[in-house]
Design a protein around this ligand. Structure first.
Ligand code: DGT
Ligand code: MG
Length: 373
């Protein structure tokens, strides 16, 4: 029997980009279970299922207090039958049987270990598992040929799987800032990704670089990379044109500007910045390593696209996906990290700030700290 007077009903809008999602999450037991199932689906290349679980988790993250009964979820969007079964299990039994079983499964554990290697995606991990490779040891002993990224990922596996702290992100920011100031005075460096949203750790550090004068940013990335490389700050780097997501966004991409928009995936060699625990040990022990490897993403954007790039690289990934879905389904527009195209008027809409992009999309402005969907 539900006491109606005590029943706290929640209400949230359907798209994550219409909601304010801070880092304060009152429902971690539920969202952890759903996120694990989302991750498992993504690792199994079941994208649709993954997105469904991500959306369900995001709705729960946006709630102002803890969910205690199924009745409170009445009318909430994005909660499909499967997600509701998972939630019911957690509410009634304290844990989701499916999530727990998944977490313990050999396949999930192997997928986690192998995709934990930088440069290894779900497809490669799946192929290795089918060939009997489940662990790093087995991979090292196998005859598999690794590409340069994967070899670097394997070499620095432990460092790259240890979360990056804000102190480390700041230290890397200082190095990038210095490099940019040396090779192109006046160019600007902005921290993006999870750290811009206020997270206190990350799996990498993301930066967006631009120059206030259009065109001055052309050719900038190779110069930054040379500066960093010559000073021994890079363990690995690969510079590519940015083509992810944009390729699916149709007219949201002004082709003529594509070659100015570069991305550098790198692994930094960061001298120690965190105080080291006093390690006991024999005096003859091997000399201590005084640096650690950190994943760093650098993106260069022309100033005319800066607001779109900033919005696109700040995340969260689900928030970005929802922005593009909102643009397409509700506004007949195509949003990318380069531009916003109004398909009805057949024209690009300019913006010099994130606020203007939200306004073009008829959305209330959501600051980075509330994009943690
Ligand atoms: P983290 O690093 O795990 O703590 O969390 P985030 O939120 O920083 O995630 P990350 O670093 O994977 O990506 C940051 C944002 O950048 C994310 O919202 C989506 C976007 N992003 C990532 N990769 C690409 C890409 O290849 N192209 C574009 N346009 N955006 C990307
Ligand atoms: Mg990041």
């Amino acid at each position: 029997q539900v006491n109606q007077a005590e029943l706290l009903l929640f209400s949230v809008p359907a798209y994550a980009c219409q909601r304010r999602t801070t880092l304060v999450n009152h429902n971690t037991a539920l969202t952890d279970a759903l996120s694990l199932l989302a991750e498992n689906a993504e690792l199994s290349e079941e994208e649709g299922r993954g997105v469904a679980f991500r959306r369900a988790a995001a709705v729960l993250k946006a709630l102002p207090s803890v969910v205690t009964s199924m009745a409170q979820l009445e009318g909430l969007p994005c909660l499909g039958g499967h997600s509701l079964r998972v939630i019911r299990d957690v509410l009634e039994n304290g844990a989701s049987h499916e999530a727990e079983t998944t977490k313990q499964s050999e396949r999930y554990k192997a997928l986690k270990v192998l995709t934990g290697i930088f440069g290894v995606g779900a497809k490669t991990a799946d192929r290795w598992i089918r060939e009997g490779i489940h662990t790093l040891q087995q991979l090292r002993e196998s005859a598999q040929t690794l590409n340069r990224a994967q070899q670097a990922g394997l070499d620095h596996y432990d460092d790259l799987n240890q979360p990056v702290s804000q102190t480390e992100a700041d230290a890397i920011g200082d190095i990038v800032q210095k490099a940019v100031a040396c090779v192109l005075p006046g160019a600007q460096v902005t921290l993006t990704g999870g750290f811009r949203r206020g997270k206190d750790t990350g799996h990498d550090v993301d930066f967006l670089i631009t120059h206030p004068e259009e065109g001055r940013e052309v050719g900038l990335m190779p110069k930054i990379v040379s500066w960093l490389e010559s000073r021994g700050f890079l363990l690995y780097q690969k510079t590519t044109r940015n083509s992810y997501l944009e390729s699916m966004d149709g007219p949201g991409r002004p082709a003529s500007n594509m070659d100015r928009f570069e991305r550098c995936l790198s692994i930094f060699k960061l001298p120690d910045v965190e105080p080291q625990g006093t390690k006991e040990g024999p005096i003859s022990a091997a000399p201590q390593k005084r640096w650690r490897a950190v994943r760093v993403d650098l993106v260069v954007s022309p100033i005319s696209q800066f607001a779109f790039a900033l919005l696109g690289w700040t995340g969260s990934k689900l928030f970005e996906r929802e922005l593009r879905r909102w643009a397409g389904h509700e506004k007949a527009m195509s949003l990318s990290s380069h531009a916003l195209h109004d398909n009805t008027q057949s024209r690009y809409l300019r913006a010099s700030s994130e606020e203007e992009i939200f306004a073009h999309l008829s959305l209330e402005y959501i600051p980075p700290s509330e994009r943690n969907a």
